[in-house]
Design a protein around this ligand. Structure first.
Ligand SMILES: C[S@@+](CC[C@H](N)C(=O)[O-])C[C@H]1O[C@@H](n2cnc3c(N)ncnc32)[C@H](O)[C@@H]1O
Length: 297
């Protein structure tokens, strides 16, 4: 009874009641409470001290700030008191300001994630890590407009970029010129039968090109043929999907591949230590990618 009476007495102060109501809605730190309630920081700290002393609120450290939140639930005899505070008129507009503050918090978080997560920093990390590679002789199978080709040319000794489509090859050439990349040889050839010599290259990269070719095993055998023993293959492909429109509109011949089945084809084509990595689904896209890497026997 004594505890209950103390709580009633403590909540006789309107500012304290407003603070309690705000903390019942969301965990908040002192400066947020100062901006919401509009009283001095020393006064907010004093009220928080009182509420904490009565075990009405608790504090928790998060990202360098102390956050306060309600520490009372339905089983507590003081719960009806908290409910009355929550239902009282919001004459000072505390709840509207709280909504604004919570929205800004979310925006800040989303912006941070956008800036730091996959976006720019992953791209730079990929470039930084690639710069640690030795100077390799790379072949890009189905280079398309050359985005990856030019990126690889930054660290490779030489990139041989192959595509059967003259127009996209021209665009890849323009891209390399624009980026002042000079160590790329462009070849207009069919990946099923390449003019490249046996056992000469260190790395074959096949990024999203295999679903375009008529006979994937034949193309993988060509990759094995031109690689030095111990040379590597990196293959990025789509998981099986049912988006049939890509056949007409994008010229896909295969609606993705079963990763385990493609892994087996790689092993049968002369690769060992074949490793599979599957990427998580990316947003609303119906396409999921996976990566296979292997070493030429
Ligand atoms: C989706 S693009 C891949 C572009 C690039 N590798 C990338 O990841 O951004 C597939 C490319 O493979 C090429 N291609 C398809 N079949 C081919 C074949 N048999 N021989 C050579 N290139 C082929 C297409 O012309 C197309 O440019």
């Amino acid at each position: 009874m004594e505890g209950l009476s103390q709580s009633f007495r403590a909540l006789g102060d309107p500012t304290r009641l407003r603070i309690l109501r705000l903390l019942a809605e969301a965990p908040l730190n002192v400066s947020e409470l100062v901006s919401l309630v509009g009283v001095a920081q020393s006064s907010v700290s004093h009220h928080l001290g009182k509420l904490k002393g009565l075990d009405l609120i608790r504090e928790e450290r998060q990202a360098g700030f102390t956050f306060y939140s309600l520490d009372v639930d339905e089983k507590d005899p003081r719960w009806p008191l908290v409910q009355l505070a929550r239902q009282a008129d919001d004459e000072a507009g505390d709840l509207a300001r709280l909504n604004d503050l919570l929205r800004q918090r979310e925006d800040r978080q989303a912006l941070n994630e956008k800036l730091l997560e996959p976006g720019q920093s992953w791209f730079l990390w990929a470039r930084a890590l690639a710069s640690l590679l030795p100077p390799l002789n790379v072949v890009d199978f189905g280079c398309g407009t050359g985005v990856l080709t030019v990126e690889m040319a930054r660290w490779a000794k030489r990139v041989t970029a192959i595509d059967a489509n003259k127009d996209v090859l021209e665009q890849a050439r323009d891209r390399a010129d624009r980026e002042e990349v000079r160590n790329v040889t462009f070849l207009c050839e069919d990946l099923h039968r390449l003019s490249l010599p046996d056992r000469k290259y260190d790395l074959v990269v096949i990024s999203q090109s295999l679903h375009h070719v008529e006979a994937p095993p034949r193309v993988l055998q060509e990759a094995a043929r031109i690689l030095v023993p111990g040379g590597r293959i990196v293959l990025m492909e789509l998981m099986p999907h049912e988006e049939k429109w890509v056949q007409q509109r994008l010229g896909h011949r295969h609606l993705g591949f079963e990763p385990e089945a493609l892994k087996k084809v790689l092993e049968e084509s002369g690769f060992r230590q074949v490793q599979l990595t599957t990427h998580a689904r990316d947003g609303a896209s119906p396409f999921r990618v996976f990566l296979l890497t292997g070493v030429r026997r």
